[in-house]
Design a protein around this ligand. Structure first.
Ligand SMILES: [Mn+2]
Length: 545
């Protein structure tokens, strides 16, 4: 195996102007731990390498190279290789051997959860569709420089991150079929476990795995015989999206826009199904999947606890680092840094910071204000760890010291938040929750006639899970396994003051659990925390920034 250094040096091969994609591949893949050497060729292109056939480099190649290997002692420059020539059979054999070598040297990433978890979810979906089949598309390859992100419903049912995969759940025969076509090396490029590609039935626990191309044949046969074909009518939910909100946005701006009128991908599929299978009923199954997603399993809860702990740490460090004279985006950067350092590679949503005149705008993503002495900050930010989100909001003074008015409003919000935590339990409705919260506040001596208590009552916020605004709406009646936001909020635009205290809460068998416990929340705790030097102050002291 060659070292990182020799991989780096191989980047020097070739002319960047002649071969930009090739070089970008290397700069992206320089963290690959090992490449096989001692293969008696300098460069191997797979047959799918996009610009082998093209006269120009494609701007957005969808499938990038299964294999490129460079002998560490290669003398030949890349530009000497005829890139337009397809690999011959001998090269393919060597490429295959190389892939096998590569595969054996890499630990295979398993699914996020045990395969039995996904089987149980598909089983529950089968029970909801006893009269038909459900067809669920995975996300397409992305046309941007982000890494691939599976859509939440597909990932929920399969744990599979392969682009352009299709899941068919058969409620009549009680079986699951997965369709995809990829290569081991393409999977490696996406960071997908090689074992998943080599032994997909074994790894995923579905009954059969077929090439993507066989989907049409299956539909020709099965589609016309099925009494009902179910498919999600709502748009697929990708990173930082919520399906129902996405639907409303697309409806307003695309489907009902006179100069656009394009259907969504899902609508187009429904239309095709209705045209091709006129005797078959086509029904929505979005809600069936969302009903399942609303109740979290023990494995999901464990992951969300971990995600919650990361969010707590990131919020605490961000608060600690805040001082007047900093820009809000510096706070966002601290959040982002701690989040990623702790292993959460994504944010659940762009960091929201409202301060000054921005308090009324509860989804202000630009975080571009320069913080002044006396400003009050509302920061809504959460990690996404392995497709699971956490929603947290902290409210604190930029200078680390509450004014009497900030303290008064903040403590009212905190009281509603804490009283809610005392009453959340299975069987509770939002109205009951409000009544019981009022009782607790009265007993604590709060005057409920105060304006802020009228604006801010106990209750339940939105669900939280794979999306921050998970599935549709929020709970009506609490059930064990539900996860939602406890987020009392009050805003006084004329005073440049807004307050929100938000944690992500799990309903247990007997009550609730704060998945984001541990954030300094009392006025004293926040003021004490902000007296300490945060990351920004430590960097400054060290002469950096
Ligand atoms: Mn929220």
């Amino acid at each position: 195996m060659i070292s990182h250094d020799s991989i780096s040096s191989s980047r020097l091969l070739g002319d960047p102007d002649e071969c930009p994609l090739f070089l970008s591949f290397y700069s992206e893949k320089s963290n690959v731990p090992a490449f096989p050497i001692n293969i008696n060729i300098d460069v191997i292109f797979s047959q799918d390498f996009p610009f082998i056939d093209g006269d120009e480099y494609p701007e957005h190649p969808t499938f990038l190279f299964p294999v490129i290997l460079i002998n560490s002692s290669a003398k030949k420059s890349i530009k000497e290789v005829d890139m337009r020539k397809r690999s011959g059979p001998a090269t393919k054999i060597i490429a295959f051997l190389a892939i096998t070598l590569l595969a054996s040297s890499v630990a295979n990433a398993a699914l996020l959860f045990d395969k039995s978890e996904y089987a149980a979810r598909r089983q529950k979906l089968m029970e909801k569709i006893p009269d038909g089949i459900a067809v669920i598309f995975g996300a397409q390859p992305i046309a941007s420089y982000y890494s691939y992100f599976q859509n939440n419903d597909f990932f929920y049912l399969t744990g599979v991150e392969i682009p352009n995969a299709i899941l068919v759940v058969d409620g009549v025969r009680k079986s699951s079929l997965l369709f995809f076509t990829t290569t081991e090396a393409a999977a490696r490029n996406e960071g997908i476990g090689v074992d998943l590609v080599k032994n997909p039935v074994e790894v995923t626990g579905v009954d059969r795995v077929l090439p993507y191309e066989d989907f049409t044949r299956m539909m020709t046969f099965q589609g016309s015989r099925a009494k009902v074909i179910y498919t999600p009518f709502y748009p697929e939910e990708l990173a930082r999206e919520a399906s129902t909100e996405k639907f409303s946005t697309l409806q307003r701006n695309q489907m009902l826009n006179f100069w656009d009128q394009r259907p969504t991908r899902e609508q187009q599929f429904v239309k095709l199904l209705r045209e091709k299978f006129p005797m078959t009923e086509i029904r929505d199954c979005s809600n069936f999947i969302w009903e399942l997603r609303a109740i979290k399993s023990p494995a999901e809860i464990e992951l969300m606890r971990k995600t919650g702990r990361i969010g707590v740490k990131a919020h605490t460090e961000m608060m600690k680092a805040t001082r007047p004279g900093m820009y809000e985006y510096e706070l966002a950067a601290v959040f982002d840094y701690i989040n990623e350092k702790e292993g959460a590679r994504e944010l659940a949503y762009g960091v929201i910071i409202s301060s000054g005149e921005n308090h009324p705008y509860v989804h202000y993503y630009k975080h571009d204000r320069l913080l002044k002495d006396g400003d009050f900050i509302v920061c809504d930010a959460g990690p996404d760890l392995n497709y699971y989100d956490i929603d947290i909001t902290t409210s604190f003074p930029a200078n680390g010291k509450f004014t009497p008015r900030q303290k008064e409003v903040y403590e009212a919000a905190l009281a509603v938040h804490e009283a809610s935590m005392k009453v959340y339990r299975p069987g509770l409705t939002a109205e009951q929750c409000r009544r019981e919260v009022d009782e607790i506040l009265t007993k604590q001596g709060f005057d409920l006639k105060k304006d802020y208590f009228n604006r801010m009552r106990g209750g339940f916020g939105h669900y939280v899970g794979m999306a921050t605004h998970d599935v549709t709406g929020g709970p009506q009646v609490l059930k064990p396994g539900m996860v939602f936001a406890n987020e009392p909020l009050v805003i006084y635009p004329a005073e440049n003051l807004g307050v929100r205290v938000e944690d992500t809460v799990l309903i247990t068998e007997t009550g609730c659990e704060n998945l984001t416990a541990g954030i300094p929340r009392t006025v004293k705790d926040i003021e004490d925390l902000m007296k300490k030097p945060g990351i920004a102050q430590v960097l400054k002291k060290a002469g950096l920034y």
